[in-house]
Design a binder for this molecule. Structure first.
Ligand code: B4P
Length: 190
């Protein structure tokens, strides 16, 4: 199985590149951000709780997102592989993901980290905020909070995969197609 973790700060291009990877490698896309937004749209209790946190730019509790991923893995037993987009975002989530995959006799093939400087991230998110309707993309202070959450809680996840010799960084500024080709070179080496 091909199981990819697509990693990077908010606005690095994870969602953008995931769509292209799904088409090329026929993987199931698991974006915790998308799953949470679907819960919000459906007005579930989980969605209402998540919305309060997401609108402030802070992470949703680990047990909530780990439970969501576990359900999605169970619902896709015949998948050729998965793209984990925006997950794991804490070391606890990374450990839980390893356990879930081990119980299914599979493992992460590798983490690909999109590397983009802060100023570019802010520019992209504010631009998307103009027509996405996403509250967390419209306010520079909330965007900064998301970047701070990333630096404090999520960046250490890279070391977790470096420790397993599964980490590769890819420069994430430039033409989307060229970044995609660089990612594919890494994927094809697994
Ligand atoms: P996410 O939905 O994961 O959102 P994100 O970090 O903003 O990244 P996204 O994938 O959407 O953006 P992309 O980089 O593709 O998370 C939102 C919130 O949900 C979090 O703040 C948190 O509260 C919660 N959450 C989600 N997962 C969680 C977890 N595991 N644990 C706890 N909480 C969790 O793209 C950004 C923009 O850049 C786009 O407009 C795109 O068009 C543009 N872009 C992409 N590539 C470009 C390029 N090369 N050049 C120019 N622009 C580009």
């Amino acid at each position: 199985m091909l199981n990819l973790v697509l990693f990077g700060p908010p606005g690095a291009g994870k969602g953008t590149q995931s769509q292209k990877l799904i088409d090329k490698y026929q993987l199931v896309h698991l974006s915790t951000g998308d799953i949470l937004r679907a819960e919000i749209a459906a007005g579930t209790e989980l969605g209402l709780e998540a919305k309060k946190l997401m609108d402030q730019g802070v992470l949703v509790p680990d047990e909530v997102v780990i439970g969501m991923i576990s359900n999605k893995l169970d619902a896709n037993v015949d998948a050729k592989g998965f793209i984990f987009d925006g997950f794991p975002r804490t070391v606890a989530q990374a450990e839980a993901l390893d356990q879930l995959l081990t119980s299914k006799n599979t493992a992460i093939s590798g983490m690909i980290a999109l590397e983009v400087e802060n100023e570019e991230l802010k520019k992209r998110l504010l631009l998307r905020g103009k027509d996405s309707g996403r509250a967390d993309d419209q306010n520079p202070e909330i965007i900064q909070k998301r970047i701070d959450e990333y630096n404090n809680k999520t960046a250490p996840v890279a070391n977790y995969y470096k420790g397993q010799d599964k980490f590769t960084g890819v420069y994430g500024i430039g033409v989307i197609e060229e970044i995609f080709n660089n990612i594919c070179t890494v994927v094809d080496s697994y």
